[in-house]
Design a protein around this ligand. Structure first.
Ligand SMILES: [Zn+2]
Length: 438
């Protein structure tokens, strides 16, 4: 994809003998938007310096001091933009650093919630700790996911302030400190975020954007992510009697029947996936629904009396989740002789469904991209992205995710960012905020 330097076009167009369409980009931006573009082009270097500072502070989700230190830098930035900021501490036994919230009070346009996170998956003892740069490629822990997104939020707001259009806008910024490993219970760790979502008309998530197959993509939905746990009991007995009236099928055959039933009857809807992650069965099963490890004992000539299966599932909407859970319950209920089974579901990330409101936001974003001289932004298939913090507010507000810059290798020691994609991400965000808050 060619990157058009919009500022060059704007400055040069009047003097160039070029076809009219080549100058069209600048004609669709108003003077404030033109100022936003010019300012962000001129301040990309400064944005990258802030990114380098943030990346060089370790803020693994469990490194509470690091999360607070990253938050302190961003808090200073928000304070200087006229935001009222507050640090939200988490209960001590949750072992998480807390969240930074900032509010810009205003009286016009939509109420906007901008979402970032302070933490990374790289803890203090990880080998991957520093920012480095080669040309337009930068590597570092969190450089893509998502300290660049945090910087884009700050610089979009600065661009708006510079253009004189931040005053009056109603904006809440939420930087959570535990996105990569959320504190439990979620009712506590996501309380403030959910309240902000209930306040907002529009939420924008600044996780990395997606550029592939020569296209820039808009994210209007993310699938839910939650867990299930199947517990099966049977009658322990000599294996010689299995399948007779007194002994029945045993717990392991019953578990196998249920899993096969999920595969045969529940599988198949688009965007619905479920995985069985662990299974333990026998006569002395030391396992439960929350622990990823366990022990079991059993003999080949003894009918087993217990099985525990732990799994996860993803859905595109709450309706699909409800439907799938109901279908799984129906399979579980048809017990083989002398066995019993129950399934429990644990809520985690709700779905960000592809609503009409989200589609309209996509249309606005895509139009802005075109006004900036780039291509239309098609809707990204929901199955390629995991859940994120924006999912918690999606039930209450319209939203777009993936507003950040482009990188690759997130959550790996090769995490990198295309620094050239920073200014366009800032411009798209700032102009979208501007158009929504008019
Ligand atoms: Zn992230």
């Amino acid at each position: 994809m060619t990157r058009v330097n919009i500022l060059d076009w704007i400055l040069l167009c009047p003097f160039l003998l070029v076809p009219a369409f080549a100058c069209q980009a600048s004609q669709t931006l108003d003077e404030n938007e033109t100022a936003i573009v010019a300012w962000s082009e001129a301040h990309t270097g400064e944005a990258i310096e802030l990114l380098e500072r943030l990346v060089n502070i370790n803020s693994g989700s469990l490194n509470q001091q690091g999360v607070k230190d990253v938050g302190a830098i961003l808090r200073t930035q928000l304070d200087s933009l006229g935001f009222e900021t507050r640090w939200v501490d988490m209960p001590v036994d949750m072992e998480r650093g807390g969240h930074l919230f900032g509010e810009h009070r205003g009286d016009r346009g939509k109420k906007l919630l901008l979402i970032g996170h302070l933490d990374t998956v790289f803890e203090a003892d990880d080998a991957f700790q520093t920012f480095s740069r080669e040309g337009s490629n930068a590597t570092g822990p969190g450089v893509e996911d998502m300290k660049s997104g945090d910087v884009i939020i700050i610089y979009a707001l600065k661009a708006l302030q510079h253009a004189g259009v931040l005053d009056g806008a109603q904006i809440m910024v939420a930087f959570t400190g535990d996105e990569e490993s959320s504190g439990k219970p979620l009712s506590v760790s996501r309380k403030d975020l959910i309240e902000a979502g209930q306040w907002a008309d529009v939420a924008l998530g600044f996780e990395p954007g997606i550029e592939r197959d020569g296209k820039e993509w808009a994210t209007i939905s993310r699938r839910s992510s939650s867990n299930w746990c199947l517990e099966v009991t049977g009658k322990q007995a000599h294996s010689a009697g299995i399948f007779n009236e007194q002994t029945g099928a045993g717990a392991i055959f019953e578990a196998a029947r249920i899993l096969n039933g999920f595969y045969a009857e529940v599988r198949g809807e688009q965007y619905l996936t479920f995985n069985a992650g662990t299974i333990l069965g026998g006569t002395e099963v030391d396992a439960d629904c929350t622990t990823p490890e366990g022990r079991t004992f059993g003999k080949t000539n003894v009918v087993p009396n217990r099985v525990v299966v732990r799994g996860a599932m993803r859905t595109i909407s709450q309706q699909q989740l409800d439907r799938a859970r109901e279908a799984m319950r129906a399979v579980v209920a048809r017990n083989l002789p002398v066995t019993d089974a129950s399934i429990t579901f644990e809520d985690s990330y709700p779905a960000m469904a592809p609503t009409e409101g989200n589609r309209q936001l996509r249309n606005m974003l895509s139009q802005i991209n075109q006004d900036l001289g780039r291509d239309e932004m098609p809707v990204l298939d929901a199955s390629v992205r995991g859940a994120a913090d924006i999912s918690f507010v999606a039930p209450y507000t319209d939203g777009l995710a993936g507003m950040g810059a482009y990188g690759k290798g997130g959550h790996t020691p090769n995490e990198s960012l295309d620094l050239d994609s920073i200014p366009i991400a800032i411009q798209r965000a700032a102009i979208l905020i501007y158009r929504l808050s008019r």
